[in-house]
Write a protein that binds this ligand. Structure first.
Ligand code: NAD
Ligand code: UDP
Ligand code: UDP
Length: 321
């Protein structure tokens, strides 16, 4: 079976990816510096013959052997990535170079996790992969957005120059069990607040929108994209084919609608508390998933209501309620 190296494997998405890979028999090496990840997320995998963990920071070179590399290392929540912005940039630039260097030396396939944040505060709606984005290069989100844009540039240039099979997924807001209850993202905040009977903190007037994808749908999209091979003529035209692919759920909700959906499931009588909107907070976001449908025959299966239920149960248990 192939050896899969998962950077950021102890994080929210990385741990679910490790689960799926171990389940199907891949030999999995999880590399993580535990900045936002947790041993708790992978504890159940320890002891499995197909799984090992290496504590390592990808900003430093790493020499391991792998057939497929999944690069997920990077804090994803605005609070976490802004807490240490220079480190965030280094992870997406210096770290990305190291991961590319390793994949190149091993002749490995590489799946890189990019983000809908490369579109910034988008002027095109819904967002298609050919939209170049609207990003403030010096704002508080830029350490993440611009880092991820450099990472995409590195990926396409390594793919073209070294003929490497590199796939890039642009992930839209994804939620589910194992999302850190304290990482400040809206889904975890609203659910934990509702469970504790505290007011739900709505930033701004709550009319901004996001599209929420359940974690199992996202992982399925990642696995299909990793396995995808573009037709030879397309590759000949551009060595970086098929280019980035949006993976997300096109269902679009305002934050007020999300608060309502959470309260409907959790119950209780939490009120809404409006707080200032963070600088450069994107006003709307929804993926156009035509490309994922066409190339991968992929589309999300889990609705927001269905996905929130197991997520609420996860937090109920985690908070000891
Ligand atoms: P997460 O914060 O839970 O996981 C990131 C993991 O990477 C953590 O385990 C962290 O400790 C590790 N890490 C961070 N910097 C590292 C470094 N320098 N070296 C080694 N490990 C490092 O976040 P997540 O939601 O699981 O996101 C995983 C990836 O998906 C990230 O690259 C993120 O940018 C991307 N993404 C996620 C979402 C989402 O909605 N969850 C959306 C868009 C993109
Ligand atoms: N690298 C790594 N692990 C490897 C191979 C390379 O961490 O298995 C790092 C290496 O330290 C280098 C970077 O990846 O700084 C880029 O490697 P590449 O071969 O592209 O560039 P070069 O070594 O020629 O600068
Ligand atoms: N948000 C909110 N209350 C919170 C946390 C976030 O209203 O407690 C808003 C935030 O301003 C943004 C949206 O929810 O408009 C999504 O925020 P998140 O941090 O989850 O993801 P991102 O901004 O990266 O899409």
């Amino acid at each position: 079976m192939p050896t899969a190296l998962v950077t950021g494997g102890a994080g929210f998405l990385g741990s679910h990816l490790c689960d799926r890979l171990v389940e199907r028999g891949d030999d999995v090496i999880c590399v993580d510096n535990f900045y936002t990840g947790s041993k708790r997320n992978i504890r159940h995998l320890i002891g499995n013959n197909n799984f090992e963990v290496v504590r390592h920071d990808i900003v430093h070179p790493l020499f391991l052997e792998a057939d497929v590399v999944y690069n997920l290392a990077c804090p994803a929540s605005p609070e976490a990535y802004q807490a240490n912005p220079i480190k965030t940039i280094k992870t997406s630039t210096v770290g990305m170079v190291n991961v590319l260097g390793l994949a190149k030396r091993c002749g490995a396939r590489l799946l890189h996790t990019s983000t809908s944040e490369v579109y910034g505060d988008p002027e095109v709606h819904p967002q298609t992969e050919d939209y170049w984005g609207h990003v403030n290069p010096i704002g508080p989100r830029s350490c993440y957005d611009e880092g991820k844009r450099v990472a995409e540039s590195l990926c396409v240039n390594y793919a073209r120059e070294h003929k490497m099979p590199i796939r890039m997924v642009r992930i839209f807001n994804t939620y589910g069990p194992r999302m850190d209850p304290n990482d400040g993202r809206v889904v975890s905040n609203f659910i934990c607040q509702a469970l504790r009977g505290e007011p739900l903190t709505v930033y701004g007037d709550g009319s901004q929108t996001r599209s929420f994808c359940f974690v199992s749908d996202l992982i399925e999209g990642i696995l299909r994209l990793t396995a995808y091979d573009p037709p030879a003529d397309e590759l000949k035209e551009d060595g970086a084919a098929p280019g980035p692919v949006n993976v997300g759920n096109p269902g679009e909700f305002t934050m007020l609608e999300l608060a309502e959906a959470v309260l409907k499931i959790v119950g209780g009588n939490s009120e809404l508390k409006h707080l200032p909107l963070p600088t450069d907070d994107p006003k709307k976001r929804r993926p156009d998933i035509t490309k994922a449908r066409r190339l991968l025959d992929w589309e999300p299966q889990v609705s927001l209501e269905e996905g929130l239920k197991p997520t609420v149960e996860f937090y109920r248990e985690r908070l000891g309620l």
